[in-house]
Design a protein around this ligand. Sequence first.
Ligand SMILES: [Zn+2]
Length: 170
Amino acid sequence: MYEEHLKAARGVKFGLQFKATLENVTNVRPLGDDFRWFLKFKCGNCGEVPDKWQYVTLVESVPLKGGRGSASMVQKCKLCARENSIDILKDTITPYNAEDNERFKTMVQFECRGLEPIDFQPQAGFAAQGAESGTQFPEINLQEKDWTDYDEKVSESVGIYEVTHQFKKC
Ligand SMILES: [Zn+2]
């Protein structure tokens, strides 16, 4: 019983792996603690998948029942009423660099208790920099899975294309 409780408290870690084709940019990353990770989750108890996107962000913290600390998001399953929660593991946030081009790389890990992330939708809030120039691009929206701009410092086009993702149990 005690072990079961520990397991529940610890949760399961899932890595969000990001993949894209980079053109003359590197250091693609979520910018700031208020970055919103838009996700869909599956309830581990009954298998329910709510239709709408939900987001988690480092700036939000919700207390867990019974004084078990806090989580980035607590969600009561609409079908089975179980209380599930998720945490963003801040220290795992890693930029996607030029050398990662066209390969899956874990960008962040989530600690999940009772649920599992099954889909991710990148939106606004990403940043990147020119691979050679260092030019900062602080407002990148990846909702269309493609982004393009122009680096005036080196007179070349820059872009992030064909953004895809997968989840991996850590
Ligand atoms: Zn459920």
